[in-house]
Design a protein around this ligand. Structure first.
Ligand code: SDX
Length: 430
């Protein structure tokens, strides 16, 4: 079949643009020459119909509720692989064999400590600072510490930066938590696996032995996998745009953390738990469903809806299963908020408004309940999201800077400001 083209006709003048065919998903019209040929721009605030790049990392089918990392369904990866295996897959494009897995885990474990001077950064923050504000600062500061691997055209420099980021995120997140509760930092233990080590650094103290519960470790590890990447979401697009200028990847990932913090994005898990606590009782669910449907009320059902998923977010289904397992392990099957969430989900999914607008629970709806049961405070939920998503941010950044076609991101605009006019001298201004 010859090259397919899309024709745009303006004032009886026609312009042809190539149609690019994907492995899966929507075809795209390559309009890079539209401005030069037709003298017009496309207008798409929020990028509802815009493909910002080509990518081979993650595929989402919003209609089917499907999520693939490098072609593998998220359900199979969550069930059969560890988070570090998934991190290796996202970075190198293939799942590791036993030797590659062992070597990767070893390298990660030898980079979990922070430069001791970074530890002092925490003490510049108030104890009640939001941990996401601390994360933005400390991750950005990594850009000031690793000048030895700054040639990002060098694959080895990129690989070592990736290892350092993935290895240090659990240490930084755990230190942000310890700092907020006034407890001493717990240094990483190389005898523990990645996620056990994270829970040790979060909940261990120098005063007694702490052995992480294997059921909670497995649940946390799956939560990391579910959050590892999600194609061109807002925070990943932030990292790509920041990185397109050639900026330091740690600084770009700090920008991604800032974007993720928002309640419309990764901050929704924290907002969702606070919403459930505000609703408080099943008897009040109807009142909040009504508010969510009221256009004059800014309230939205946190953890519901998604720009891409117009079916159930596959991660939400897996998160609900993890909820059951963790609550059962902890004897919290009758957890009030979990029961409230299940009722809220059932009522919303039966409501005409949510059906018509295809609003389903997303990854954030259950993640707060699981993390709260594990003992993670609400303010730390989005930090956990950022810890996992640092894998996706880095590999998306790397895909961009190694794409021979990449250019600095520089969108245009529809100018609606005042027409040209001359400055009136101060003395003559009314
Ligand atoms: C994440 O992009 C990603 O992939 C993100 C993420 C990732 O892994 O990176 O998946 C993680 O951010 C998940 C989303 C977490 N956010 C929330 O749960 C916050 C609540 N959800 C909404 O704010 C909203 O659904 C968004 C932001 C998630 C999506 O917004 P869109 O795509 O811009 O859709 P929209 O706001 O235009 O909604 C379409 C309609 C609107 O009504 P109309 O203007 O058509 O009348 O649905 C309504 C909205 O008012 N709507 C909701 C709603 N979400 C959308 N109404 C009530 N409650 C909601 N939660």
């Amino acid at each position: 079949m010859g090259e397919r083209v899309a024709t745009i006709t303006i004032d009886e003048k026609s312009f042809n643009f190539p149609v690019m065919t994907p492995t899966y998903g929507n075809e795209v019209i390559d309009i890079r020459k539209l401005g030069g040929q037709a003298g017009v721009f496309t207008y798409d605030p929020g990028f509802l119909s815009t493909a910002s790049c080509r990518s081979a990392i993650t595929y989402i089918d919003g209609e089917k509720g499907e999520l693939l990392y490098r072609g593998y369904p998220i359900e199979q990866l969550a069930e059969q692989c560890s988070f570090l295996e998934v991190a290796y897959l996202l970075k190198y494009g293939e799942l590791p064999n036993a030797e590659q897995k062992r070597s990767f885990e070893y390298r990660i474990s030898r980079h979990t400590m922070l430069h001791d001077q970074i530890n002092r950064f925490f003490f510049g923050f108030r104890r009640d600072a939001h941990p996401m504000a601390v994360l933005v600062g400390v991750v950005g500061a990594l850009a000031a510490f690793y000048h030895d691997v700054m040639d990002f055209s060098d694959q080895e420099h990129r690989d070592l930066s990736f290892i350092r980021l993935i290895a240090k995120m659990p240490t930084i997140v755990a230190m942000a938590y310890k700092y907020s509760v006034g407890q001493p930092f717990m240094y990483p233990r190389n005898d523990l696996d990645y996620t056990s080590n994270f829970l040790y650094m979060m909940f261990g103290t120098p005063c007694e032995r702490y052995e992480p519960n294997p059921v909670l470790v497995r649940a946390m590890d799956v939560i990391f996998t579910l959050h590892a990447d999600h194609e061109q979401n807002a925070s990943t697009s932030t990292v790509r745009l920041a990185g397109s200028s050639g900026a330091n990847p740690f600084a770009c990932i700090s920008a991604g953390i800032a974007c993720l913090w928002g309640p419309a994005h990764g901050g929704a898990n924290e907002a969702c738990l606070r919403m459930l606590e505000e609703i408080g009782d099943v008897s009040r669910v109807g009142e909040y469903i009504k508010r969510a449907k009221d256009k004059s009320d800014p309230f939205k059902l946190m953890g519901f809806g998604h720009r891409v998923y117009k079916n159930y977010d596959p991660r939400a289904k897996l998160m609900r299963q993890i909820c059951h397992e963790v609550l059962a392990e902890l004897g919290l099957e009758n957890d009030r908020l979990f029961k409230l969430a299940l009722t809220l989900e059932r009522i919303a999914l039966e409501d005409e408004y949510f059906i018509e607008k295809k609003l389903y629970p997303n990854v954030d709806f259950y993640s707060g309940i699981v993390q709260r049961a594990i003992g993670i405070p609400t303010s730390m939920f989005t930090c956990i999201f950022a810890l996992a998503r640092s894998v996706g941010w880095f590999v998306q950044w790397e895909e961009m800077i190694t794409d021979p076609e990449y250019k600095i991101g520089r969108p245009r605009q529809l100018y609606v400001g005042p027409p040209r006019r001359d400055v009136v001298p101060l003395a003559e201004r009314g």
